[in-house]
Every structure is written in C-alpha cells, then in structure tokens.
Design a protein around this ligand. Structure first.
Ligand code: ZN
Length: 132
C-alpha cells in the first residue's frame, strides 16, 4: 500500500534563507508554491527518489506558525506515497487510527493528501500522498 517515502517536511522561518542553505548543501531546487488551504509557502528539493519540502507559514494561524512557536525550526512531518488514499484512510479508520483529515485534501502540486495524527504514530506527523 505504501510505495515510498515521498518527502520530509521541514518547518522554517525564512524560505529564502533556508532555500539558499539547502542549495549549498547540494539539494537541487525543484520549485516553489503557496498552498493557500494550508497557509504555507513551500519549496521542494530533490533528494534522489525522494524530496525535501521546506515550509514557511503565510499567516500567524498557520499550523506551521504554531509548530515554529512551540518547537522552532525542524522536521515537521514525514510523507509517504500511497497507491489509493481512500483505501488507506478507510483501513486506518477501521483500526481506530486517529486522523487529522478523514477525507483527502489538496496539497502541494495539486496532489491528494491527508494527515495522520502524531498520537497514533508514536509522535510523528504522517502525511499520505496519493500517487499521480
Ligand atoms: Zn508535505
């Protein structure tokens, strides 16, 4: 059901500064976009078959703002690619796994995504992303 780790999401206070640093670290820049629903501006970098997603909040009430205020910059979530997001969510619901999104929402790149609550994953915010 899970086909790979798609990306690691990293919360940052400045997308410009963080993007520059990740370029210096040798990650190839792939693109930037604003995800209005999630109130974030994101930049993607290639890491072989996977990616690094840098996230900067666009509003004070963005989930990324809350994360930065509580913990500072750092790894925010792990995203895995799934074949069928509806099937994954249905299976998780059946098993009593706590979801943040019980239905898929539109994430970066227009992909269908959903988040699983860290309470149900031993402390890791898990993002599911449906394979295009
Ligand atoms: Zn993500």
């Amino acid at each position: 059901m899970i086909t790979k780790i798609d990306h690691l999401g990293i919360a940052v206070t400045s997308l410009v500064e963080a993007s520059e640093r990740y370029r210096q670290l040798g990650f190839a820049f792939e693109g930037e976009e604003t995800v209005i629903d999630q109130k974030v501006k994101v930049a993607f970098f290639r890491a072989g078959e996977s990616h690094i997603e840098l996230l900067e909040p666009t509003h004070d009430d963005s989930p990324i703002s809350k994360f930065l205020n509580r913990r500072g910059p750092g790894i925010h979530h792990v995203c895995v690619e799934v074949e069928d997001i509806e099937a994954a969510l249905a299976s998780y619901k059946d098993q009593g796994i706590q979801l943040i999104n019980s239905e898929p929402v539109i994430g970066a790149g227009g992909c269908r995504v959903a988040f699983v609550h860290p309470k149900s994953t031993h402390g890791v915010l898990l993002e599911l992303k449906e394979k295009k």
